[in-house]
Design a protein. Structure first.
Length: 347
């Protein structure tokens, strides 16, 4: 196969940042994806309808309009989130979903939720509205090993919450474990999961190959090989519960290569190329379109995109770094050759 054509995909989990960084990165996402669920973990976080509207305007002002990109906004949940505000945002078409960050779980999550029980009123309202809850599924308990935090989150938080709110629509974001794959597979139809290109590509060894490798560090952190294999199986299975979400999370080189380096991998420049690599290796290129372009809209109850895109089997060299106005950023697959190349929208 030398060409692959698919319905234009969407990215159901991305960090577009703000200010100069937003301007530098947004077109990389908009080039490949028609829509994206934009994460609200700015400083300060996007907690109100007004803040989300304003952020959406900044994104639309920064993106190349010719790319035809629609940002879908999310509300950042805090202990003080107000059910009426969320409902208003959802009904007005400003909030597509709300995001749960356990406080201190990841980048800019200090204002996150300290105890999910504090959200009872909010979750009850979201359940009635059919408004999706997106979860960063890691406990923050320091006595729990960092590699066990996702699996522990399922037992301590996610499963009990779904018992209390059985109709809640939930996306378990950027899953990294066999336990998460099993949980989602066995859950109700209303529970889905996103899978990143990087968790499909490498296991935790990548962070320590010949020395410490900050550009392979993200959260949730990559796990053992058995988990990566479970993710690859889930993504390529054709099961509509699993869909594309890059978790593209750009940080400048100076912020990654530091004594306390930031978590996040910037995969936007090669997102589809990277997913195509995995699907080809798994002999499942025929399943890529469903994962990338059909399962997400189905979960979010949105129309499937009307345009198509093409990938060509052309060896592509990924730059070691991108020189951008706010500072250099190292992309995923830096310095590597990829077999597929995104060739744009089919005209
Ligand atoms: C994200 C970021 O930098 O905002 N980092 C990451 O490693 N994925 C936050 C997140 O999604 O956890
Ligand atoms: Zn993320």
């Amino acid at each position: 196969m030398t060409e692959l054509e698919l319905i234009r995909p969407d990215d159901w989990h991305v960090h577009l940042r703000d200010g100069e960084l937003l301007k530098a990165v947004v077109d990389h996402t908009a080039r490949q994806f028609a829509r994206a669920i934009v994460m609200p973990n700015l400083k300060p976080p996007v907690t109100t309808v007004a803040a989300a509207r304003a952020y959406r305007e900044r994104i639309l002002a920064a993106v190349d309009p010719a790319l035809g990109f629609t940002p879908l906004m999310t509300a950042y949940l805090t202990d003080d989130s107000d059910a009426d505000e969320l409902e208003r945002g959802f009904r007005d078409g400003v909030f597509t979903a709300a995001k749960l960050y356990p406080a201190h779980a990841t980048t800019n999550s200090a204002a996150g939720v300290t105890d999910i029980r504090r959200l009872d009123r909010v979750l009850d309202r979201m359940q009635s509205l059919g408004m999706p809850l997106l979860v960063h599924g890691e406990v923050v308990d320091h006595s729990v090993d960092v590699f066990d935090r996702e699996a522990t989150f399922i037992d301590r938080v996610l499963a009990p919450t779904l018992e209390r709110f059985p109709g809640l629509r939930v996306v378990f974001e950027h899953i990294t474990t066999r336990q998460a794959v099993d949980f989602v597979t066995n859950a109700r139809e209303t529970v889905g999961a996103t899978i990143t290109p990087h968790h499909l590509e490498f296991n935790r060894n990548a962070m320590f190959e010949g020395g410490i490798r900050p550009h392979f560090y993200c959260l949730p952190v990559a796990k053992r090989e058995v988990h990566r294999l479970a993710l690859r199986k889930a993504a390529t299975s054709g099961n509509p519960k699993f869909f594309l979400g890059t978790d593209s999370a750009p940080h400048r080189v100076v912020d990654k290569e530091a004594a306390c380096g930031c978590a996040g991998i910037w995969n936007a420049p090669v997102a589809l190329e990277s997913y195509a690599k995995t699907f080809e290796e798994e002999g499942a290129l025929d399943k890529l379109e469903a994962f990338a372009s059909l399962h997400g809209p189905r979960f979010y109850r949105l129309p499937v995109n009307g345009t198509r895109v093409r990938l060509s089997r052309t060896s592509t060299h990924v730059p070691e770094r991108y020189t951008l106005a706010p500072g250099d950023i190292v992309p995923f697959h830096a310095g590597k050759q990829l077999a597929w190349r995104y060739a744009g929208v089919v005209r």
